[in-house]
Design a binder for this molecule. Structure first.
Ligand SMILES: Nc1ncnc2c1ncn2[C@@H]1O[C@H](COP(=O)(O)OP(=O)(O)OP(=O)(O)O)[C@@H](O)[C@H]1O
Ligand SMILES: [Mg+2]
Length: 477
């Protein structure tokens, strides 16, 4: 029988694997019966590699060898300001490769080894593959993997290469909000044209997408987001508050120790989660400051919301700009789907609902699993295995970031060839004029991004045109 195809949600904080067979999706647990696996890799000093929850626990003794949030490093240059911001808070060391890519250093068997984000992704994906194969008792080589809708070409390429190195043939990289919408439309079948908005705030990324379903077609109308905005940044606000108190009230600098940095981040994350259900909490810090063996920092929900308000508002601004630039009215949206662990924060739910004039939100029962389930549905649609027979929905996507080239060889203006939001696939015709040479080859660079100064956009590659008709005969006339 043909291979089964699985769906993988490769998250900043958590990863999840799902399979659609015999008419339903199920989550495939890891070797420790966990439905989600923390995207965490611990390199033990004696050479062992431990993934997930166990890795998190073991790294307590050696936090600089516990690697997480690789998704924040993927496809970025070392000197990318966004990447530099994240580095400040990691307990592990990251250095630049000769080609300016980030390399994570870990110490195993007294030797320092350096791992690229792609290699780290491969380690994680190999572990997920192993768990899945053990669960299903068969070899699994094919997958659909989800990525943020706002991932750029470089970030997608690294994901694909890492999956290939882990032994997967990736049938599709599916956008995370589209995956969530797929689950919604499978559960809520309708023949009428229906518009939904997905607001996905996870551990490290924020995505918003508007989708329209008409019969068997799902058209993505617009996407926007920020690949450096998520639960991590909310935790960082709390962490900075705790750092400030430790410095000013206890004369202690926790940033000097990677152990303290990791411990305090985990405490802040716990406090944040608690404040989603209670009005106040206490962060207890034992044995960190010698003169003060037990420090208690109390925090109310109001204080937490004031500290993080700018981040929550940023997501609403992105959402607003996404609708405005695509000329989609709020009222035309029939369903608002929340997914991602950070949407458990009541203030976020309130802001989104208020933006839509008090409209009721659709919260997935398990917001941490819906993206993997959507990936599994897409996987089944691409599978030829008869156990994975499923009604097909055709998804039409849009370009998340504009593509362009230089407008004039003497200046650095970007000439936009394909605007973001264009329905895919698409084609474009562009006339290049070059009368200064009699050469029969011609090169031009391709960039991705929205900035008018092309040097501030992301360079994708150079196209070489050969057999170009020479301009020389025209010049001689
Ligand atoms: N009850 C809660 N209240 C607030 N935040 C929560 C709660 N539960 C989980 N989170 C946060 O949700 C985030 C993880 O969510 P999720 O698993 O959806 O992220 P992810 O899919 O790994 O990340 P991304 O999609 O951004 O790559 C973490 O930052 C976590 O702290
Ligand atoms: Mg996610």
């Amino acid at each position: 029988m043909d291979d089964l195809v699985i769906g993988i949600d490769l998250g900043t904080t958590n990863s999840c694997v799902s399979l659609y067979t015999e008419g339903k999706t199920k989550i495939l647990e890891n070797a420790f019966d966990g439905r989600i696996t923390p995207s965490f890799i611990y390199f033990s000093p004696d050479g062992e590699i431990v993934i997930g929850e166990h890795g998190v626990k073991m790294s307590v003794h050696k936090p600089e060898n516990g690697i997480y949030e690789m998704k924040r490093l993927v496809g970025r240059q070392f000197d990318d300001p966004e990447l530099q911001k994240s580095l400040k808070y990691f307990p592990f060391k990251v250095t630049a490769s000769p080609s300016n890519l980030p390399l994570v250093s870990v110490k195993q068997k007294s030797a320092i080894c350096k791992k690229s984000p792609q290699e780290l992704y491969t380690v994680l994906l190999k572990a997920l593959k192993k768990y899945t194969e053990a669960k299903l008792e068969e070899t699994i080589n094919k997958a659909v993997i989800t990525v943020p809708a706002y991932f750029n070409v470089a970030q997608k390429e690294v994901t694909l290469e890492a999956a290939k190195d882990a032994g997967f043939t990736v049938l599709k990289l599916l956008n995370e909000p589209t995956a969530a919408a797929l689950v919604y439309y499978f559960e809520n079948d309708t023949d009428k044209t229906h518009r939904s908005l997905v607001y996905d705030l996870g551990g490290g990324t924020f995505d918003v997408a508007v989708l329209e379903k008409r019969f068997e077609n799902i058209q993505v109308l617009c996407v926007a987001g920020d690949t450096q905005l998520g639960g991590h940044d909310i935790d960082t606000c709390l962490l900075n508050y705790v750092y400030r108190i430790l410095r000013t009230q206890y004369g202690y600098d926790p940033e000097a120790s990677s152990d303290d940095k990791r411990r305090l981040r985990l405490k802040c994350e716990d406090a944040k989660k608690e404040l989603s259900t209670v009005e106040s909490t206490v962060i207890t810090i034992n044995g960190m400051v010698s003169k003060h063996p037990k420090i208690k920092i109390s925090l109310t929900k109001d204080e937490f919301e004031a500290m993080t308000d700018h981040l929550f508002k940023k997501t609403i601004d992105i959402l607003d700009e996404c609708l405005r630039s695509s000329k989609i009215s709020k009222r035309s949206i029939q369903e608002i789907i929340l997914c991602g662990g950070s949407t458990r924060i009541p203030k976020i739910q309130k802001l989104v609902s208020d933006y839509f004039d008090g409209k009721q939100l659709n919260k997935f029962v398990n917001t941490s699993e819906c993206v993997a389930e959507g990936a599994a549905l897409q996987a089944a649609m691409l599978s030829t295995n008869r156990k994975q027979k499923i009604d097909e929905l055709r998804i039409v996507n849009v370009l998340p970031l504009s593509i362009g080239t230089w407008g004039h060889s003497l200046c650095h203006d970007m000439s936009f060839l394909i605007k973001r939001g264009t329905k895919l696939p698409t084609s474009v015709t562009h006339v290049f004029v070059n009368t200064e040479t009699d050469e029969t080859t011609f090169t031009f660079d391709i960039y991705e991004g929205e900035r008018l100064d092309l040097r501030k956009n992301r360079y994708l590659g150079t196209v070489l045109l050969t057999d170009v008709e020479s301009a020389a005969p025209f010049q001689k006339k």
